[in-house]
Design a protein around this ligand. Structure first.
Ligand SMILES: [Zn+2]
Ligand SMILES: [Zn+2]
Length: 152
């Protein structure tokens, strides 16, 4: 089981299973939010993110379109630990906040149309200029979990 948290240690979390899928997102929103080249997001059911210490604080952040993204941050050091995009039942946990960030690898690279030119992806990487078709890319077990999540 993976654990992680913010920089000051006030927020700690545990993922009670493997993620459904892992994104490396090269979109401009993620670049701005992280101040970096991309973000690594572990997609997982919200109830599989167990909070072990302080409650992170939700902050609604405007995105390029009309939509908003809810980002949960440590109330003390303000490091972002996870977000919500469309479904409240799903979390996007930020891979860099894991105690062992090397314990996950991206399943897909998305929004590579805005990938910084000096970021070179491995030949084997599954990459998409924008988003992708979940039904085509997710493993069967994750699609089953997704279907179960939608029914709740
Ligand atoms: Zn903190
Ligand atoms: Zn993004």
């Amino acid at each position: 089981m993976r654990e992680g948290g913010c920089s000051c240690g006030a927020v700690r979390y545990r993922l009670t299973s493997d993620p459904l899928f892992v994104h490396c997102c090269h979109c401009l929103n993620c670049q701005r939010q992280t101040g970096s080249a991309f973000v690594i997001n572990l997609l997982i059911e919200a109830d599989r993110v167990e909070l072990l210490a302080a409650e992170p604080e939700p902050v609604d952040v405007p995105r390029g379109s009309r939509s908003k993204q809810r980002i949960w941050r440590c109330p003390t050091c303000r490091v972002a630990v996870f977000s919500k995009y469309t479904s409240a039942k799903m979390r996007f946990v930020r891979g860099g906040t894991l105690d062992e960030p090397a314990s996950v690898e991206p399943d897909v690279h998305i929004y590579t149309r805005s990938k910084l030119p000096w970021v070179e992806l491995p030949e084997s990487a599954r990459s998409f200029r924008s988003y992708y078709d979940t039904e085509k890319e997710w493993p069967a077990a994750s699609l089953e979990r997704l279907a179960a999540l939608r029914k709740r």
